[in-house]
Structures are given as C-alpha cells and as structure tokens.
Ligand binder design. Structure first.
Ligand SMILES: Nc1ncnc2[nH]cnc12
Ligand SMILES: [Zn+2]
Length: 329
C-alpha cells in the first residue's frame, strides 16, 4: 500500500496520456500531427517551460466535449488513487479551451462528472482550482472569472500558470482581489523559471496562500526565512523540474536542503503524462535518488494534507493525517 498523500499541483490537461489523446482524436475527428503514440512520446523532449507549453496547448485540441473532460479526469483519478493520492486539488486552464471555442460550462461540467463520483469510485476527495494564463491579458483573466460565476460552487480557488518569465504576478492584482471578494482561495505559480521577486509579489500583491513550485526562493535567504516563518507551503514537482530543465538532474534537486531549511514542502506531479510520472512516482524518485528517509517521506505526506484546502472539512483532514502517522513503510 502506498503512502497516503494529497496532490496539490496537478494540471488536469497535463494528464492527457498519448493513448487517450489518440482515442479522443479519433472520437472527435481530429487529426494529430504525430503518426502514433510512440512518435508523440518522442516529442516529449523539452528544452524549457515554453517548449513544453507549445505541445501541451496543441494537444488540448482533442478535448471537445463534456465526456472528453470527464474521461480525462476519471483516468487521472484512477491512476492517482493507485499511487496513494487520497485528496487532489486539480488545476484547469479555462482560457486554453474557451479560446478555441469550447465553452467554460463544457469544461467544468465534464470535469465535475468525474470529480463528483471520485470519492465513491476512487476513494479520492477533490477540489477544483481555476488557473489564469499569465501570458494572456489581465482583462482576459477578469472576463474568465466573470464567466465562471455560474460555476463557483464547484471551484475552490484560483491559480496562475503558463509562461512565467516576463509575466509578473502583480499584473493580476485586480482579478485576484475580485477572486478573494468571491471567497475563492488563491495560489500562483512563482519561482519555477521566474525570479524570487515573483514569489514575493505573489504573496504581497496577490495574497496567495501557497506557492506553486517556488524553487527559486533559494536564491533569496530573506525570502526563505519568511516562507519558513509564515509557514507558506511550496508545491514542488521534482520530475517536472528535471524535464523542463529547472534542475540539471534529479540528484541536484534541492528538496532535501529545502526540508532542512524548514520549508513546508510538498511533492506533486504537475503534468504527469508529459514528465514521466504521477505523484507516487515523484515520491519514489526522490526517495531513491535523493535518499530521503522514512521520516522525511512522512513529513512530505503530512505537509500535503496540512497545505491542502481541507479547512472546510477538518474531520476528513484529521482522518488523512492519522493514516499518514499510522503508515508502515
Ligand atoms: N509547470 C507549469 N508551469 C507553468 N504553467 C503550466 N501549465 C501546465 N504546467 C505548467
Ligand atoms: Zn504547474
């Protein structure tokens, strides 16, 4: 039995496995530019975040109907459950779909078909986090938040993703203020490729409660001290960092140093179909390559539930935390 964890950094569109991409392409009459799943997998040789995003957005063309989004999310939940995920806070990118003519309602209703039965089917509780694309305008983000109003009972929070460098968090101050006024939780990608100043801005200007990635905080000791003091969770994604070349090799990943520094780290999969593994695969990889011992792994699992948005269900959080403490490796 795998270690129970919460996955807090997972883009549902990044769970589109090549086999499902081809099946949906056939179902929807879409022609992919790749000959077959092997050819598509060979394209997963990324230089940086942008080279990944180019393929990630292109492949979304196969996602057209509610059923497609339901199938995508259901496949993720099944895989995640098998790897120990007990609770998943799932990102989606509405603008990547509405821009190509797929309505927001199709996306949310489709995802909800899978999320609504996830506990019964997979034993995984879920939350949905709507991300704004930071390489689109702040006005587009505001329009997206407005469009989402009919679905807010299904959306727990907002996030900020896509190409980071040159798109500082402060550009999205207004939409984050509006989201907060609607009672939404706030997170943002920062310090994946962008500088530590973006992490500070995400905290001070956007009011985020968690930082997605946050890897580059290590370049600013005062920021590290603040993140430790304020117990700001970081949702790290080790295999993603290797594939997108934020670190040279997994052996160079600073996770052990970050834990030693007292940072509230969690381990997540980001876009598992593209980066070579789901949440449990990420934990296995850091255990083997970075030599994390059992107590460090238990700490990562505990952190994941502490950092989750289960504040509306403390009884459940306590149950998950008890499972972590009782776990025998
Ligand atoms: N790792 C990542 N960083 C920024 N935007 C993303 N969208 C999907 N995965 C992402
Ligand atoms: Zn991400």
């Amino acid at each position: 039995m795998p270690l129970p964890i919460a996955e807090l950094h997972l883009h549902i569109e990044g769970t589109l496995e090549p086999e499902l991409a081809f099946a949906l392409a056939a179902r929807n009459g879409v022609t992919l530019p790749h000959a077959d799943t092997d050819a598509l997998r060979r394209a997963y040789d990324f230089q940086d975040l942008q080279s990944f995003l180019d393929l990630y957005y292109a492949l979304m063309d196969v996602l057209r109907t509610e059923q497609d989004f339901a199938d995508l999310a259901d496949a993720y939940l099944a895989r995640a459950a098998a790897q120990g995920v007990r609770h998943a806070e799932i990102f989606f990118d509405p603008q990547a779909h509405t821009q190509r003519g797929v309505e927001l309602g199709t996306v949310v209703e489709g995802l909800w078909q899978a999320l609504g039965r996830s506990e019964e089917r997979h034993g995984v509780s879920t939350r949905l986090i709507m991300c704004f694309l930071r390489d689109e305008s702040a006005d587009s983000a505001l329009a997206t938040l407005k469009d989402a109003e009919p679905y807010l009972d299904r959306i727990t929070g907002v996030g900020l993703d896509s190409a980071e460098v040159g798109h500082p968090p402060a550009e999205f101050r207004e939409v984050y203020e509006a989201a907060a006024a609607l009672g939404l939780r706030r997170v943002a990608h920062a310090g994946e490729e962008g500088p530590p100043a973006y992490i500070t801005e995400a905290l001070d200007v956007l009011g985020v409660e968690r930082v997605d990635h946050g890897l580059r905080c290590l370049e600013d000791p005062a920021l590290v001290e603040r993140l430790v003091r304020e117990r700001i969770p970081l949702t790290l994604c080790p295999l993603s960092n290797v594939r997108l070349r934020a670190v040279d090799t997994l052996a160079d990943h600073p996770l052990p140093a970050m834990l030693d520094a007292g940072l509230l780290c969690t381990v997540n999969s980001d876009d598992p179909a593209y980066f070579g593994g789901y949440a449990g695969d990420n934990l296995d990889a850091v255990r083997r390559t970075l030599g994390l011992d059992e107590e460090r792994l238990r700490e990562l699992a505990r952190n994941s539930f502490l950092a989750s948005f289960l504040d509306d269900d403390e009884e459940r959080r306590a149950r998950y935390l008890a499972e972590v403490e009782a776990y025998r490796f």
